[in-house]
Design a binder for this molecule. Structure first.
Ligand code: HEC
Length: 224
């Protein structure tokens, strides 16, 4: 093998060391914060003029970029004028009937059953006795631990067949589903208004199924 001249070996070694500099500079730049925007080759719509949250905007007298709601403005489809439909309230009292836009028929009850099974049965049980799987499991954990589990106490889901709940007007049930009650969270943000009414109708049907009484027997067409 011919001998490689020393000078070429030195040049290669020094060149190798210099070659390490650019990657080191890149690595350092990537790791240190910089006030400058990154180098953009394709801008697309990445950087647009805009006001960020809480930023001032001299265009308005109060200098706020975030504008408060214009008084009296109503978002499309969100005029909550119908208190029966949206709050379950008629003349300041809990509504005792379904709103006119919800018809009490098989479709509504089937929908209510399906939504109830999805959203409520975990705690209240499929028949509404407060014996849902989540509730049973929580009660079991609390009983085994003989007290709070991880600092949490469990409030048992109520039976929907208790006298107090059974005698509640539909509007009150609607309100409970919408806003929750005491330890139960509300479902207003997850379940649409018509679906909440369908659930209420189904809960009423469940309650009726356990407490038809003689009046119910008449309704059902049976003799006393
Ligand atoms: C995560 C468990 C859980 C789910 C899911 C749940 N609930 Fe409840 N519910 C509770 C608990 C717990 C209570 C009792 C709250 C208390 O007394 O602090 C309760 C109470 C109630 C009451 C009694 C209200 C009163 O006036 O005492 C009604 C009615 C009710 N729930 C209906 C529903 C309906 C309808 C759904 C489905 C949309 C639902 N709940 C979903 C846990 C749940």
């Amino acid at each position: 093998m011919p001998k490689i001249p020393r000078i070429i070996i030195y040049v290669l070694m020094i060149g190798g060391c210099f070659a390490l500099i650019p990657p080191l500079v890149f690595a350092r730049m990537r790791a240190t914060p910089s006030p400058n925007a990154p180098i953009h080759i394709f801008w697309d719509m990445d950087l647009q003029p805009k006001y960020k949250t809480q930023a001032p905007n001299p265009l308005f007298a109060d200098q706020r970029a975030m504008r408060p709601l214009v008084q009296g403005a109503v978002a499309r489809g969100e005029s909550y004028v119908d208190t029966h439909l949206y709050e379950g309230v008629v003349n300041g009292q809990w509504a005792t009937t379904l709103p006119t836009s919800i018809s009490l028929d098989e479709t509504t009850l089937n929908r209510g059953q399906q939504r109830f099974n999805i959203y409520c049965s975990a705690c209240h049980g499929y028949a509404g006795f407060g014996d849902g799987a989540v509730n049973q499991r929580a009660m079991e954990l609390v009983a085994n631990a003989n007290g709070p589990v991880n600092g949490t106490q469990w409030v048992a889901a109520k039976s929907l067949h208790d006298d107090t709940t059974r005698n509640q007007p539909m509007g009150q049930l609607f309100n409970t589903v919408t806003h929750g009650i005491r330890n139960m969270a509300g479902y207003g943000s997850q379940i649409s208004v018509p679906d909440r009414w369908a659930i209420v109708a189904y809960v009423k049907a469940l309650q009726f199924s356990q407490d038809a009484g003689s009046a119910g027997a008449k309704v059902a067409g049976a003799s006393n």
